[in-house]
Design a protein around this ligand. Structure first.
Ligand SMILES: [Zn+2]
Length: 90
């Protein structure tokens, strides 16, 4: 089921749920007028940024998992150059 938005001439908004591709062109508004379907952007941006990052990390790790190059608790090797210490750490 997808949510479809309808708007009447009085600018009232009504949301109807219908299977994808089967939404009626208009519905009756609570004021009695016909409300035409309003086309809106897909809800792709409704996820918080953190959720997007988590999803991207899961997809990335499923294809290219990170490999540990040293045992946990051992110090990181010294950087190759003095400017490398200025770079952001992963
Ligand atoms: Zn209305």
């Amino acid at each position: 089921m997808a949510a479809y938005l309808y708007r009447c001439p009085e600018r009232h908004e009504t949301t109807e749920h219908a299977p994808m591709g089967e939404a009626p062109a208009s519905v009756e508004c609570r004021c009695g007028a016909r409300a035409a379907r309003a086309f809106t952007a897909p809800m792709v941006r409704s996820l918080p940024r953190t959720a997007h990052r988590m999803r991207d990390a899961a997809v990335e790790s499923s294809e290219q998992p990170r490999i540990a190059r040293r045992a946990a608790g051992t110090p990181a090797p010294a950087p190759a150059g003095p400017r490398h210490s200025l770079l952001p750490r992963a």
